[in-house]
Design a protein. Structure first.
Length: 456
């Protein structure tokens, strides 16, 4: 390989072989454990080679701005290569796809696939195929909100990879059994590929916004989104409504233990938000993290849970602290206080079906008094689940024991907003105490005490 003197001083290397996954830890191997080689370019002429063959790449350090430069390679074999917007289908069919090398590159603005040449010999519509993949990647970039996306993602298919059926990375790796589907635009547009979208989703995850237990959850945002919006199918049995209902029932019956909140049950938490507001607030909340000052980046599980609820609540315009507390999120009082200016989402589908919410009352007290009456008022901030309110009052604060209070009144079912009740039959010049009990099927929640003094 030959380059000019100026190019030899840029600081890059030549890589031969797209398959950079090492298999040294495998008990059984289907190919040699290492089938790539690389050379730093430091001279105008360099002899390169690889006993296993492979595509030849100029590998540029991240962040470099070399611009275009020329290289001369001799002794290599031409490989099929399609570049969206540069290679026509005619050129591909009658020239490019017949090149003899065993590995092919299919390139779009957002995505590159390295596939066995044997799988593309009958590919007649590469423009349609890579247009589709270009759209898929663009949708993922938009979903996660990091724009412009800084690189073209790569996928390399192999007889054996280092971990799993597929794994994320640059390039992300997949088994060659997947190739027939991913190079078939008709198949992809009708069926999609949850796993491909999932691994590309991993490459979009930002760790401060990836909550504990959700490494395999946040990547599925991409799978759900593309399966529904691009392909038009459900895509995975785990998101079937019946499975979701059963899974959630088991989770909440077990006490919504946050230690068990991961993968699919965690995805349910996000999907309920998506089904109410679409993906926009999730995208907005994710985007906040990309520009957070270092001092505001959450550290540790508790900070991460609380930060997410704050950002997502602000994105929806609703206080989602009670919703996430129902799932077992370890939320602090500071989070509840910081979101108290927002209305609570009181229509979430957990209420009455999976979880019993407690009512939240605030601003309780007597607004005006006479010698024998008091106008008692309260604000129901969260009406809870099937909650009734009872007012207790007397000349002594009797605490949270309803049976020891001398006076009480049924205030009816809790409804979000302001309520008022006229307390009558009071003695003049007397100080009274009051509390409100909010009762649902599981427990009583008390508010107060408050006090007032009648006029003389």
């Amino acid at each position: 390989m030959s380059v000019s003197q100026d190019v030899s001083e840029l600081g890059f290397w030549i890589l031969i072989g797209a398959h950079t996954d090492g298999l040294w830890g495998k008990d059984v191997i289907k190919r040699h454990s290492k089938i790539y080689r690389y050379w730093w370019i430091e001279n105008t002429t360099t002899e390169i080679g690889n006993a296993f063959g492979g595509p030849i790449y100029a590998a540029i350090p991240a962040g470099s701005e070399f611009g275009e430069f020329d290289m001369t390679i001799s002794g290599a074999v031409r490989a099929p290569m399609f570049v969206l917007g540069e290679t026509s289908d005619f050129e591909w069919i009658y020239s490019e796809r017949d090149n003899p090398a065993p590995w092919t590159e299919l390139v779009s603005n957002n995505f590159i696939m390295t596939v066995p040449t044997s799988e593309i010999r009958n590919l007649n519509n590469p423009t349609e195929l890579m247009d589709w993949w270009d759209q898929a990647l663009e949708m993922e970039h938009e979903l996660y909100g990091y724009l412009p996306w800084p690189r073209v993602e790569r996928a390399v298919f192999d007889a054996q990879i280092s971990a799993g059926w597929m794994h994320s990375g640059y390039p992300f790796m997949a088994h060659d059994l997947s190739v027939a589907g991913v190079v078939n635009s008709s198949y992809m547009s009708e069926n999609g590929d949850w796993g491909m979208f999932h691994e590309l989703g991993h490459n979009h995850q930002w760790m401060p916004s990836t909550l504990p237990g959700t490494t395999e959850t946040g990547c599925n945002f991409a799978s759900v989104y593309l399966m529904e919006e691009l392909v038009g199918v459900e895509g995975h049995g785990a998101v079937d409504p019946a499975q979701r209902e059963s899974r959630m029932r088991n989770y909440f019956d077990d006490g919504s233990n946050i230690a068990n909140w991961s993968v699919w049950i965690a995805l349910d938490t996000y999907l309920i938000i998506k089904e109410e507001w679409d993906w926009d607030p999730i995208t907005e909340a994710l985007s906040v993290y990309y520009t957070l000052p270092s001092a505001e980046v959450p550290v540790g599980d508790t900070e991460e849970f609380n930060a997410w609820v704050m950002h997502l609540s602000n994105a929806t315009g609703y206080n989602l602290a009670p919703y996430h507390a129902a799932w077992g999120f370890p939320l602090t009082q500071d989070t509840f206080d910081s979101l108290s200016h927002l209305p609570i989402w009181v229509d979430d589908p957990l209420r009455g079906e999976y979880f019993v919410y407690d009512a939240i009352l605030r601003n309780i007290g007597a607004n005006s008094t006479t010698s024998s009456t008091a106008d008692f008022a309260w604000e129901t901030y969260d009406n809870g689940t099937n909650t009734t309110l009872t007012l207790y009052w007397g000349t002594t604060d009797m605490g949270n024991q309803s049976w020891v209070w001398g006076n009480n009144a049924n205030l009816g079912d809790s409804e979000v907003g302001w309520g008022e009740y006229e307390v009558t039959g009071l003695s003049s010049g007397t100080t009274y105490y009051a509390r409100v009990k909010a009762s649902n099927e599981e427990r009583d929640t008390w508010f107060g005490p408050v006090s007032w003094t009648t006029s003389t």
